[in-house]
Write a protein that binds this ligand. Structure first.
Ligand SMILES: *Cc1c(COP(=O)(O)O)cnc(C)c1O
Length: 415
């Protein structure tokens, strides 16, 4: 039969190879974000990759249809759900952000949490999850996973190697982590947890949405890294998307297979929005980190405030872990008011703000304030933070304007 006919896209790649040099490790993050996942002049010369929408992918011959189906995990375009050029570009960008080798894109950050759990756990297995975990991750552990006969133990997120080792049972397959924890911002000693987990053959998963590229998961022993791209990568509060990044082919195939079996998919238009967001993310993130720290430090000077929950502040109980493992912070943190204030006081404060929206999610260009008291579930540790709590996300507004708004907000509290 001679040489097998090629997929016509593959042929195009051979005759017109990518001519945009991919970034290399020695380059700074902002440089790499500007050059990763680009095709150069191949895709007609336009700077940004086009959106390739589609279900059907046409084949040049019947034999090609058979040959390509065998190779669907290696970027051979066979059907919409196998991904296309827009997905590949974003996958490359996410791998640059987290330092991984392969990436699976899914429709939401939550799907990026659930897919690897479903991929690595089966009936009779046991999973360890930090008590400070993102709420919907707790829900799948107590819901679908429990229904399938998978048990989860919630652990104190601040425990070390020996304590994690003591919680690992013969059937423990996954040690899940998230650092810092949602709403409460406890840091985890990921390298210590990973050492204990790997010694017992467990897979280490991490929700790295807060750390983004400030925490490099694979340098600290994580096997499977989860990102809600909805947050800083999207960056404009107009897209939902998730990524699962791995560093070995084995882990990639496991995640990719589960995502494929469950029919997970990321819309190419959403991938394109995330790609556009990623180009400016290094600049946005630096600006928001600086503004976030400035506002957090300002809150610390205020008598109405009992504590600020920000790992980048020296007052954070695990600040030493932060300086050891993180290159920087994002602009999401918690504020605990003095114990005398009531929920009604907190609500009045938040309602009085004019520059801070009241809403879930974060990582966009706009600031947010969210009451978190009552939204924190704890089963292994105390949920009592000692006062009414709000979560603050600092956007790209002028930091002086933001502080002025917060100042008038605090002034609504009873004296
Ligand atoms: C928002 C968030 C998610 C989920 O992302 P969605 O795209 O909203 O589903 C997962 N983990 C963390 C830590 C989050 O903040």
């Amino acid at each position: 039969m001679g040489i097998a006919p090629r997929n016509h896209q593959a042929e195009e790649r051979l005759t017109m190879p990518d001519d945009h040099a991919p970034p290399h490790k020695a380059q700074a993050f902002a440089t790499r974000m500007s050059h990763a996942g680009r095709a150069g002049t191949r895709a007609h010369g336009f700077v940004n990759p086009p959106v390739h929408r589609g279900s059907t992918v046409l084949m040049p011959s019947a034999q090609a249809r058979r040959d390509f189906a065998k190779d669907r995990f290696n970027r051979v375009m066979t059907y919409g759900t196998a991904g296309g050029p827009t997905h590949y570009a974003l996958e490359d960008v996410i791998c640059e952000i987290e330092g991984g080798t392969r990436c699976v894109l899914v429709g939401t950050g939550l799907a990026a949490v659930t897919v690897p759990l479903m991929a690595y756990l089966k009936t009779g297995d046991h999973c360890l999850m930090p008590d400070s975990v993102y709420g919907p991750a707790r829900n799948i552990a107590n819901g679908l996973l429990a229904n399938y006969g998978i048990a989860t133990t919630f652990y104190d997120p601040t425990i070390g190697e020996a304590e994690i080792a003591a919680l690992i049972q013969p059937n423990t397959k996954v040690v899940y982590t998230e650092s810092p924890g949602s709403h409460t911002f406890e840091l985890q000693d990921i390298p210590a947890i990973a050492r204990a987990a790997h010694a017992r053959g467990c897979t280490v998963m991490m929700d790295n949405t807060w750390g983004i590229h400030n925490f490099m998961p694979f340098e600290h022993g994580v096997d499977v890294s989860i990102q809600a791209l909805t947050k800083y990568v999207g960056g404009h509060s107009d897209v939902l998307l998730g990524s699962i990044t791995t560093n070995t082919e084995e882990d990639y195939l496991k995640v990719r297979t589960a995502a494929g079996q469950m029919g997970h998919f990321a819309a190419p238009d959403d991938c394109w929005l995330a790609l556009r967001g990623a180009r400016t993310m290094p600049v946005r993130l630096k600006h928001q980190e600086r503004s976030g720290l400035e506002v957090a430090r300002w809150f610390e000077t205020r008598a109405e405030v009992q504590r600020v929950l920000h790992p980048g502040l020296p007052s954070h109980p695990q600040h030493a872990l932060f300086t050891r493992d993180f290159r920087g912070s994002c602009s999401l943190f918690g504020v605990v008011l003095q114990p005398a204030y009531t929920e009604a006081d907190l609500f009045r404060l938040i309602d009085s703000l004019t520059l801070f929206g009241i809403g879930a999610s974060w990582g966009g260009y706009e600031s947010l304030a969210l009451p978190t008291t009552g939204f924190i579930t704890r089963t292994a540790t105390s949920d009592d933070l000692g006062g009414q709590t709000m979560r603050i996300h600092i956007g790209l507004e002028d930091v002086g304007d933001l502080i002025a708004d917060l100042e008038q907000g605090l002034a609504t509290l009873p004296r």
